[in-house]
Design a protein around this ligand. Structure first.
Ligand SMILES: [Zn+2]
Length: 416
């Protein structure tokens, strides 16, 4: 078979098109999340190593300006400028209509770091004061502060991860005099989310999910990096049951069930059949043998179908590009990435979801979108794909950007 190839030039064109022309109309509903789209675009060009070459200093200054325009006067960032009604009209009675948002704050800071900004205009103290106000009694985090300072939205591990990531970026090694969030409670909440099968779910007693697993381990990684020497939590301690069962669950997410066109078409035929004859199913119920006979024959994996193996995010699901990232990044943080079949993951991404016009789609034959395009590339970066910068699995940004973060003043020295 032909060797799968990473089409770097096409991906570069794709990300430049996303940066410099209008996005397709499908993104309209994501307008209030524009900071996230900006993150994927800027970070994508950065890991392709072309952010500096393909944008001018003026353009980068403009992007930085736009991010600061999303900063809320009381600390933190909004997801887009649409809720900003101006400083002169803003007052304590109406400011909850234009709140800072936990995920947007993390992504805004990260974009600034990637663009080489020194964060000197970030309301660092205000942001660090706001963050603990977003933490709930059970240790988890909300999304925004509503009227009367009530915590609204969020509650799952995504918000825990963004809060811990924001704390990491802004507290640094030096720390801050500002009252910290309740780290012990946050750790307890994350630990309570690990389920019977070893994976981690969005909240206690829910179904294991790779995206939330990434967020749980990401949050613990951020906390751990700032507390060197402290006792490590079980989920990050090799040999512990929590660590080993999670590793097994993550590795078991690799699958050759790709949900490709052929299988889907076959499935559709079956549905049409029963729709044509509604009595079909009822009659079959009288005869168990016949019912078993009607169950679909699952194809046995062959040497050929096993050539491609992506990842799913839950048991019994098809592979999806972004799960190559969610699972791969988590295993990288746990230093267990070597356990996956990197060659088959690479072939899945490059042969099956890499798109002709650049970018990656969610699944086989799907059009590219920013999220899957970025995560597809990051997954390949973990495997050392030529033409891609190395990526930090927790910050989800290039090592180059992380090195820049670590040059900022509050990263320079430890508190005495
Ligand atoms: Zn996906």
């Amino acid at each position: 078979m032909t060797e799968a190839a990473f089409n770097r030039e096409r991906h570069l064109k794709y990300f430049l098109r996303c940066l410099k022309t209008f996005l397709p109309s499908l993104y309209t509903s994501n307008d209030s999340n524009r900071i996230l789209l900006a993150f994927f675009t800027i970070a994508g060009l950065d890991i392709l190593g072309e952010l500096q070459n393909k944008t001018t200093p003026e353009e980068r200054k403009g992007y930085i300006q736009w991010i600061y325009h999303c900063q809320v006067p009381s600390g933190g960032f909004r997801g887009f400028t649409g809720t900003d009604f101006g400083l002169e009209r803003r007052n304590p009675a109406n400011e909850s209509w234009d709140p800072a948002n936990v995920p947007s704050t993390f992504f805004a800071l990260l974009i600034l770091v990637i663009l080489g900004d020194d964060l000197s205009r970030v309301k660092r103290t205000e942001c660090l004061q706001w963050l603990p106000k977003m933490q709930r009694e059970n240790g988890s985090f909300g999304e925004v502060l509503g009227p009367n300072g009530e915590i609204e939205g969020g509650g799952d591990l995504r918000f825990c991860c963004f809060a811990a990531g924001t704390r990491y970026i802004l507290r640094g090694k030096r720390g801050s005099d500002v009252e910290d969030l309740d780290v012990d409670k946050l750790v307890e909440f994350i630990e309570a989310c690990q389920t019977y099968d070893g994976g981690i779910s969005e909240a206690p007693f829910c179904e294991s999910h790779s995206g939330h697993t990434y967020c749980g381990i990401g949050a613990l990684t951020f906390l751990g990096r700032l507390s060197e020497g402290d006792k490590s939590v079980a989920l990050l301690s090799p040999g512990s049951e929590a660590f080993e069962t999670l590793t097994r669950w993550l590795v078991a997410r690799q699958t050759s069930e790709l949900g490709d066109d052929e299988e889907d078409a076959h499935e559709e035929d079956d549905h049409t059949e029963s729709a044509r004859d509604p009595l079909n199913t009822a009659q079959a119920a009288d005869n168990v043998d016949e019912m078993f006979g009607q169950l679909p024959t699952l194809p046995t994996p062959s040497t050929e179908t096993l050539e491609w193996a992506g990842f799913n995010g839950r048991c019994n699901k098809y592979a999806d590009t972004c799960y190559s990232f969610w699972n791969g990044a988590t295993l990288t943080m746990m230093d267990r990435f070597a356990l996956v079949d990197a060659d088959r993951n690479r072939r899945y991404l490059l042969d099956k979801t890499q798109h002709l016009i650049g970018g990656f789609g969610k699944g086989v034959g799907e059009p590219p979108d920013l999220l899957h395009s970025y995560f597809g590339m990051v997954s390949l970066a973990f495997q050392g794909e030529a033409g891609l910068e190395g990526v930090d699995p927790a910050l989800c940004a290039s090592h180059r950007a992380v090195r820049h973060l670590h040059t900022l003043p509050w990263w320079q020295e430890r508190a005495v």
